[in-house]
Design a protein around this ligand. Structure first.
Ligand code: NAI
Length: 272
């Protein structure tokens, strides 16, 4: 299902680690829709993941960049503009990591060095890439920048741990930078709040299988898959959504507006 919505557009995609990654699906869908892309990830992820396979499939270059390093980001945007022979039309930030989650630290026993590292990787990196792009004037008028987030920014999911604060910060950057970038260059900035998805980052959260099932049973349309998320991203990169900016957009099969489902009540009721 390709409508060539991104014909002639050029983009940078952060965060494709392996074929389960949401960014991987976005890359495939963007190219199927006529875009040219550059893939990027942290140097260690380039060594450990399978991004080269994706690069071959998408006929795209891979540029290493640690998203917390301003000099790496400057090199990335400058090289991309050279390669594309012009400015960029869309950027995907699909990056998340909490050291506290990785090391299984409880929320009431956080290590603050770990917290700062996770905040830098998961949220401040978004500000850094926007600031670098802004200062280099790297994005075309009505270009579109997206970051992926999770509803734990608004409601408590205990095992999501300090990633909840990271996502709140990320969503706030989309609003604040969205104002400034909108005023100056008509660049739009949004976050997509995605259903739980079986990926490396997702399944790193304790009890992930449980809340994947729970969300699936609550959501009237069921959990949104990575492939569906990719399709939604394409619409937001396209010219059909030119005036959408500074929003947190739920892509979750209706989870965020549902209190409880009959299916779940039936399951819990039977336990008595
Ligand atoms: P993933 O593990 O495939 O992707 C995370 C990516 O972040 C990896 O490619 C990793 O190399 C990259 N990364 C980590 N540190 C980095 C750094 N310093 N510089 C550059 N890249 C770095 O997992 P997934 O699920 O595709 O995650 C993508 C985004 O989607 C994340 O923001 C995640 O929080 C978000 N999300 C995921 C959900 C899920 O259930 N999987 C649900 C809602 C949002």
């Amino acid at each position: 299902m390709s409508h060539k919505l991104l014909k002639g557009k050029k983009g940078i995609i952060f965060g494709a680690l392996d074929s389960k990654s949401i960014a991987w699906k976005v890359a495939e869908e963007a190219v199927a829709n006529g875009a040219k892309i550059i893939l990027t990830n942290a140097p260690i992820a380039l060594r450990m993941g399978s991004i080269n396979e994706l690069a071959t499939k998408c006929n795209s270059k891979v540029i290493a960049a640690d998203a917390t390093s301003v000099s790496d980001l400057e090199n990335l945007f400058l090289t991309a503009m050279q390669d594309f022979d012009g400015k960029i039309d869309f950027v995907l930030h699909s990056i998340g990591m909490s050291v506290n989650v990785r090391k299984k630290r409880d929320y009431t026993n956080l290590n603050y060095d770990f917290l700062i590292k996770g905040l830098d990787v998961s949220a401040i990196s978004f500000h850094k890439m926007l600031q670098v792009a802004f200062q280099l004037d790297a994005i075309n008028d009505f270009g579109s920048v997206l970051a992926l987030t999770y509803i734990a920014a608004q409601r408590t999911f205990p095992d999501y741990n300090d990633m909840a604060e990271n996502k709140s910060y990320l969503e706030s950057i989309a609003r604040s930078f969205g104002y400034h970038y909108g005023k100056h260059n008509h660049v739009r900035i949004n976050t997509i709040s995605q259903s739980p998805t079986m990926t490396t980052a997702g399944s790193g959260v304790a009890g992930f299988d449980g809340f994947f099932e729970y969300a699936d049973k609550i959501s009237p349309l069921g959990n949104a898959s990575a492939e569906d998320c990719a399709k939604y991203c394409i619409t937001l990169f396209s010219d059909y959504t030119k005036l959408v900016t500074m929003q947190n957009l739920f892509h979750d099969g209706g989870f965020s507006n549902t209190g409880v489902s009959k299916e779940l009540i039936d399951i819990l009721g039977k336990k008595k």
